[in-house]
Design a protein around this ligand. Structure first.
Ligand code: PM9
Length: 477
């Protein structure tokens, strides 16, 4: 099976839309594309952290696929139908219907974005001293588990940490690692299995249905609920359709629903798959969890029928949920990401394989073997990419991994990556050609890139605001 993914031939899948409105780039953005001096000043001022650049200092923005999607005419039409009543907005009921029909969970608690749902879920389910097994980690999910007093435990398969492994389902859970944890701490100390669809930090990698059903059986045996991070559910469903025997003839919509049916609840950032600029939710089948979450959302977000969202935003998300499961949409979206990956693979630029669903990840360890992990190679690479081209990516290595809350030591992940996340429906293949050319040029001059020292960090989620300076005086010599 590994070989079959490796040997797939790349073919373009055209998108199922036409462009009706475009966002014009400002004069500043066009100047940035042409003027290296300006980019040098900008990245220096931003402390070599691409999160701290202003948007008008960026030419092509691949920082994230979160909230950066282009909404459809149907979604914009829905925005005009926003019912801004404080309580009982029509749009909440439309969203509830969409979540029931597509995900299949009974109860919905809307939130302004994904991490708010993670906060509520963690505070309700976790007791101090618990352990939460995860298939790798996502920054916000892990921080909320730790803030609630749990220890995060990685139960992902080893291949997930190997950027060169062609395993088709790097998002799988290693059931032996999970069994060992259950034996060690006891099932009563495991409030839930935290399962992420299309694991972001592993490179946008799916789990298989086979692995999920085995996980369900193991968790049911020990009465451990499975709480899904369904932020990129449909991209995972699409890979199952394409790669897993027995699922080829099912629609993405059917597969997505089947995935949810093996889980007990979900937190979702609607800003990714669901094609909106803001929004999220917690959904579940357990009435007790729902009642507690509904009571808590009014403290942190807003009334339980808007959860921090305007009525119009709930409407856009409800419509986005129906659009996101359309087979042609998902296929074309992932295909655009694969197009960029394919160009880089052809040029032998080191990237995570298989190419993920939402992003191409540069492998900074192989790109910059001369920079030790203590000098933050991924951070240096993302800063250098901006400096040389005006393209913004994101560090996904030691800076993102942060510090162990128990020891205060920096975590040293095996993966040192720079993520180039592709917003849905926002860029063209010409943009991807431009990005590939810039990265290939950067790869040719890679020996001139030097490492960074961290000069400021925050206690949690430090990658957002940390600041750096070049260890050798200049970023690119
Ligand atoms: N992900 C991303 O760029 C937004 C900023 S964090 C660097 O990938 C998963 C799998 C996510 C995610 C956000 C959240 C949190 C939860 N799970 O950003 O709070 O990728 O809506 O969602 C980002 P919110």
């Amino acid at each position: 099976m590994n070989e079959s993914v490796k040997q797939e031939r790349f073919q373009i899948i055209p998108p199922p839309y036409r462009i009706k409105v475009v966002e014009l780039l400002s004069k500043e953005q066009m100047d940035i594309a042409d003027n290296r001096q300006k980019r040098e000043e900008a990245i220096k001022k931003a402390g070599y952290n691409t999160f701290l650049l202003k948007e008008d200092q960026v030419y092509i923005d691949l920082l994230t696929d979160s909230g950066t999607n282009a909404m459809s005419d149907n979604q914009w039409a829905g925005m005009m139908l926003g019912d801004e009543a404080y309580a009982g907005s029509k749009n909440f009921y439309n969203l509830e219907k969409a979540v029931r029909e597509i995900y299949g969970y009974k109860y919905l608690v809307p939130t302004h974005q994904g991490r708010a749902a993670e906060h509520i879920m963690s505070q309700i389910l976790i007791k101090p001293g618990d352990s939460v097994p995860n298939n790798m980690y996502f920054t916000t999910r892990r921080v909320h588990q730790e803030l609630a007093g749990a220890t995060w435990v990685d139960v992902s398969i080893d291949e997930a940490h190997d950027p060169q492994s062609w395993h088709p389902f790097k998002g799988n859970v290693d059931l032996e690692k999970l069994e060992a944890l259950i034996q060690e701490v006891g099932p009563e100390k495991i409030p839930y299995m935290s399962l992420e669809a299309n694991v972001n930090m592993a490179g946008g990698q799916p789990f298989s249905m086979e692995n999920l059903t085995a996980l369900r059986a193991l968790c049911s045996k020990h009465e451990i609920p499975i709480m899904l991070d369904g932020t990129r559910l449909v991209e995972n469903a699409y890979f199952i359709q394409r790669r897993e025997t027995g699922h080829e003839k099912k629609s993405v919509r059917q597969i997505a629903r089947e995935i949810c049916s093996y889980t007990d609840g979900v937190t979702v950032s609607g800003k990714k798959d669901a094609l909106v600029n803001i929004g999220g939710f917690l959904a579940c089948n357990d009435k007790k969890l729902f009642v507690e979450a509904r009571a808590m959302v009014v403290v942190f977000e807003g009334l339980h029928t808007y959860g921090g969202l305007a009525g119009r935003d709930m409407e856009a998300m409800a419509r986005g949920i129906y659009e996101m499961v359309q087979d042609r949409h998902v296929a074309a979206r992932v295909n655009q990401v694969e197009y960029l990956g394919h160009l880089l693979l052809q040029a032998r630029v080191p990237v995570v394989v298989p190419i993920g669903g939402h992003a191409v990840f540069l492998d900074a360890r192989r790109f910059l073997p001369h920079i030790p992990q203590e000098r933050y190679p991924s951070q240096a690479l993302s800063a250098a990419l901006y400096l040389e081209s005006g393209i913004r990516g994101m560090e996904r290595g030691m800076v993102s991994s942060g510090r162990d809350p128990a020891t205060g030591e920096e975590r040293k992940p095996r993966l040192e990556l720079v993520r180039l996340a592709i917003p849905r429906r926002g860029y063209t293949h010409t943009d991807m050609d431009f990005v590939a050319q810039a990265i290939i040029r950067l790869y040719r001059m890679r020996k001139r890139i030097s490492g960074l020292k961290m000069v400021y960090e925050t206690e949690r989620l430090r990658f957002f605001q940390a600041r750096f300076r070049p260890a050798g005086g200049r970023l690119t010599g």
